[in-house]
Design a protein around this ligand. Structure first.
Ligand SMILES: *[C@@H]1O[C@H](CO)[C@@H](O)[C@H](O)[C@H]1NC(C)=O
Ligand SMILES: *[C@@H]1O[C@H](CO)[C@@H](O)[C@H](O)[C@H]1NC(C)=O
Ligand SMILES: *[C@@H]1O[C@H](CO)[C@@H](O)[C@H](O)[C@H]1NC(C)=O
Ligand SMILES: *[C@@H]1O[C@H](CO)[C@@H](O)[C@H](O)[C@H]1NC(C)=O
Length: 408
């Protein structure tokens, strides 16, 4: 038995036990079917979901559960599940499929930035038991995106995030699949201690702004054992984040695992203690990326990228401290986000561009404490050479090909 099926057995076992428990003490299990949800895929079930949530959230029990049954599909309009709740643990068990309405018009007059949201909830465990699916049906939004259809008169820059967690503690998402979000698939903001484990995210490589996971203003976030294929960053780490760990993640297609972009509005950036380990990048535009705007201030520090494998990646290792949405359109500034103590070790693979390592720091706020060890990056084209290009970057390197390029 491989470890994945072992893990699955444990899930099946634990879900079976909690079903039994739910039967004994019925008042802590809230099945959306009991609230009138219809599993034809036309009728909007958002009221049933909200009522099941309200009862689960207010039940005077230690732990309660909302249940979305297996082998059924529910169409749900944009909704937010609000806390705080009475129970200290709320299980949101999604064994079936939840689909967004097909047409962007379902958001008319509402908040176009999100579809499903959880706000002010602690101890929330969203679990798909290996079957749950959240389908953003993003095509209607992609077809009117300004990014790809700038000449369309009513093109949109804002589209709904599929699942948004705002202001939470000790919460998680696990064992489920996300597909075709209109924009970001999972967003975590203002959360402390959040884990994402065994999720699969799948959207077309050419879908606009469809980040896999975006983290903002959060601490102690763990992303493990997941596969992300999408049209934008597989994982993007925003401002006010610390103690973020990403382990055993596969990315591609997509734009890589990115810290940033940061400091766009000239704000004071605070990002530290980021670890990315055991990652595989397959056919992505970037691999391990840090990007900051020159007008930004503050810092990005103590970042480790370790044990990475690249297959046909355009920019395997890249720091761009001169980030600009339009190439070379941003004037050189005296300011910059200080980037320091960034470690790259045990990195292997192939680059599809000539520059496999690109550490591009600013003159005014150089990068320091960059360390590289045991790196071997080759051209994806047999016989071609790749280079390491560094500007204003200080640090040490041992056993690095191509290189050396850092200043000491
Ligand atoms: C999460 O914990 C922090 C620190 O204990 C607290 O300030 C915050 O209100 C909590 N968030 C929620 C949604 O309860
Ligand atoms: C990498 O991606 C390509 C194109 O999607 C796919 O055919 C290939 O199987 C992937 N490689 C691995 C090792 O997953
Ligand atoms: C570094 O950034 C500057 C400013 O954006 C750009 O002109 C230059 O081409 C970059 N260098 C590399 C090697 O990418
Ligand atoms: C990158 O480095 C190579 C070798 O040092 C150099 O020839 C090339 O001009 C550099 N490219 C850029 C864009 O800076």
């Amino acid at each position: 038995m491989d470890s994945a099926s072992g893990v699955l057995l444990i899930f099946l076992f634990t879900s079976a036990t909690s079903l039994l428990n739910a039967h004994e003490i019925d008042e802590d299990n809230f099945n959306v079917m009991d609230y009138g949800a219809t599993s034809d895929d036309l009728t909007d079930d958002s009221q049933a979901f909200l009522e099941a949530w309200d009862d689960a959230c207010s039940a005077s029990v230690e732990s309660s559960r909302v249940y979305v049954p297996a082998e059924k599909t529910f169409v749900v309009d944009p909704i937010t599940f609000h806390g705080p709740c009475y129970a200290s643990t709320i299980n949101f068990a999604i064994s079936g499929r939840i689909m967004a309405p097909e047409s962007p018009s379902s958001w008319d007059g509402g908040d176009a930035s999100q579809w499903l949201g959880f706000k002010n909830v602690n101890g929330l465990k969203v679990d798909g038991f290996g079957f749950g699916l959240i389908d953003g049906q993003g095509k209607g939004w992609w077809d009117q995106s300004c990014r790809y259809h700038p000449r369309l008169k009513q093109c949109t820059t804002l589209a709904p995030t599929a699942l948004k967690f705002v202001s939470c503690n000790e919460s998680s998402v696990s064992n489920m699949k996300f597909t075709n979000s209109a924009q970001t698939h999972i967003l975590v903001r203002g959360c402390n201690s959040f884990s994402i484990d065994n999720v699969m995210i799948e959207s077309p490589g050419n879908s606009p702004n469809t980040d896999g996971i975006h983290i903002q203003s959060s601490q102690h976030v763990l992303i493990t054992n997941s596969r992300i294929a999408t049209g934008d960053d597989c994982v993007s780490i925003g401002d006010h984040t610390s103690n973020i760990e990403i382990e055993n993640v596969e990315c591609g297609p997509g734009h890589g695992i990115s810290i940033g972009s940061l400091g766009r509005g000239g704000n004071y950036v605070q990002v530290q203690n980021i670890l990315v380990t055991d990652a595989f990048f397959n056919g992505t535009t970037n691999g391990a990326r840090i990007k900051t705007w020159q007008v930004g201030r503050g810092y990005v520090r103590d970042v480790t990228f370790q044990n990475l494998l690249f297959n046909h990646v355009q920019n395997p290792i890249i720091i761009d401290q001169n980030y600009c949405n339009v190439r070379n359109a941003c004037k050189e500034q005296e300011t910059g986000v200080q980037i320091s103590n960034v470690n790259y070790k045990e990195v292997l693979g192939t680059s599809t561009t000539d520059i496999a390592i690109n550490i591009n720091c600013s003159r005014s706020v150089p990068c320091f404490g960059i360390s590289m060890e045991s790196i071997q990056l080759l051209s994806a084209e047999v016989g071609k050479q790749v280079t390491a290009n560094c500007s204003n970057a200080y640090g040490e390197e041992v056993d690095v090909v191509p290189g050396p390029c850092l200043l000491d």
